[in-house]
Design a protein around this ligand. Structure first.
Ligand SMILES: *Cc1c(COP(=O)(O)O)cnc(C)c1O
Length: 413
């Protein structure tokens, strides 16, 4: 084998302005290049405890069990669903985009009895719609997505916790795309379990998934664990349905590893934990609300610029996430050609789309480290130039002027 054909890693400089991943904050990359320590080194266990405390701040919760699942955001989703859902459990999934379908798919693998309600892509549910479905179906769990990047919509969650309590339903949400850039109040809203990921508004690389569990959710998982231990230690098979079928994602075991018992489970992904810790420090140093306001400011400036270019947006703008915008590809314009010109001539990546929106919209994000004025201005300028070059004419400079005006008005307001 000729080893010289494998050069040292040296990725091209890109500005990632899609729906995620986005560029990691340099502080996070520096933290991640720190040297390793042993799994039970007091320094490491202290970092684990600090991560728990920091993410309580990020999730707005006092939940004891706030920790990391090693793996991308999907690992956090799967750990919660696999640990909470017993075969035959009824679950309700309000589907308003691709990630709702993912929740259904994972729940089916847990052998749940999956019920869905749907709205067209670009819309969200009212609390009444969700309450009627809960009344009709009487599920054990409600599985929601807070921000679905496939449609850019943000499902309001504030009223759902109270509804879930009334019908004794466990309430889970996937906040991967929304956390850090949009309000999420785990305790105040009565959410029993939340999972997230690093590569959207949290400003880190994918690879670890922060989660938080309410005491109610913990009790449900612990109860299964007792049955499971009975099965492991004696030969009797009764109660097999209570076994959490995954070892890696068994949250009972993960809690025993993160808790004072420190029972050996996996080896916590040390570099990823360093990165996640720095992401939380960044967010809390800025202030959660200030960070959310920053995402709104740049998201709105991007929207103003896109509108000034004469482009249409997709979906209900009143329920859009602050951090990502779906832009309708004008007729006669080849969306993929625009993306490759943006990438090759400007080193800017914007996103394509899936499913019903494939080939119809671009998704442009300004989140995490890239929720910045210079990123928004550069993206608008590049898109305007590329579209003009491809004969989709707009007034040159109008997009940037509109964004500038927005920044100016927000500052004087
Ligand atoms: C981006 C995104 C994910 C990403 O999952 P990964 O496993 O990290 O790729 C999950 N859920 C939602 C809602 C997302 O927007």
């Amino acid at each position: 084998m000729d080893i010289t054909q494998f050069s040292q890693i040296n990725p091209p400089q890109r500005m990632l302005m899609g729906p995620g991943p986005v560029n990691a904050d340099p502080r996070v990359l520096r933290a991640m290049s720190s040297q390793l320590v042993g799994q039970y080194d007091p320094a490491m266990t202290q970092y684990m405890n600090e991560v728990m405390a920091l993410y309580r701040g990020v999730f707005c919760t006092s939940n004891r069990w706030t920790m990391l699942i090693d793996g991308t955001s999907r690992a956090g989703i799967e750990a919660i669903l696999v640990s909470a859902i017993r075969p035959g459990d009824k679950v309700l999934v309000p589907v308003f985009g691709r990630f709702g379908h993912l929740l259904c798919e994972i729940a089916r693998r847990c052998r749940a009895d999956v019920h869905t309600i749907e709205v067209p892509w670009g819309e969200v549910f009212t609390p009444d719609q969700i309450e009627s479905a809960i009344k009709a179906i009487r599920p054990r769990m409600l599985l929601t997505v807070q921000g679905d990047t496939s449609t850019t919509m943000l499902q309001p969650l504030a009223e759902l916790g109270e509804i879930c309590r009334r019908y004794d339903v466990l309430f889970y949400t996937d906040a991967t795309a929304s956390i850090g850039g949009n309000e999420l109040k785990t305790d105040e809203w009565g959410v029993d379990a939340v999972s997230a990921g690093m590569q959207k508004c949290l400003g880190g690389p994918s690879g670890t998934s922060p989660i938080t569990l309410s005491a109610r959710m913990e009790a449900e998982i612990r109860r299964r664990k007792c049955v499971e231990e009975g099965i492991r230690t004696s030969a009797h098979r009764k109660g097999d349905d209570e076994i959490i079928y995954s070892n890696y994602f068994d949250l009972g075991m993960v809690m025993d590893y993160w808790g004072p018992e420190r029972l050996n489970h996996h080896t916590e992904a040390t570099s990823a934990l360093y990165g996640a810790r720095e992401c939380a420090r960044l967010i809390l140093q800025e202030g959660l609300n200030k960070g959310i306001a920053r995402h709104k400011l740049h998201g709105d400036a991007l929207l103003k610029g896109i509108q000034a270019m004469g482009l249409e947006t997709f979906g209900d703008l009143n329920h859009k996430m602050n951090n990502v915008l779906a832009v309708v590809i004008p007729t006669g314009v080849d969306g993929e050609q625009v993306r490759s010109l943006m990438l090759n001539d400007f080193a800017i990546e914007i996103g394509t789309s899936f499913g019903p929106l494939h080939g119809k919209v671009w998704r442009i994000g300004s989140m995490g480290y890239n929720a910045r004025k210079d990123c928004v201005m550069a993206t608008l300028s590049a898109l305007e130039s590329v579209l003009n070059y491809l004969k989709f004419r707009s007034v040159q400079g109008a997009a940037m002027q509109a964004a500038w005006d927005h920044y100016h008005n927000q500052c004087v307001a």
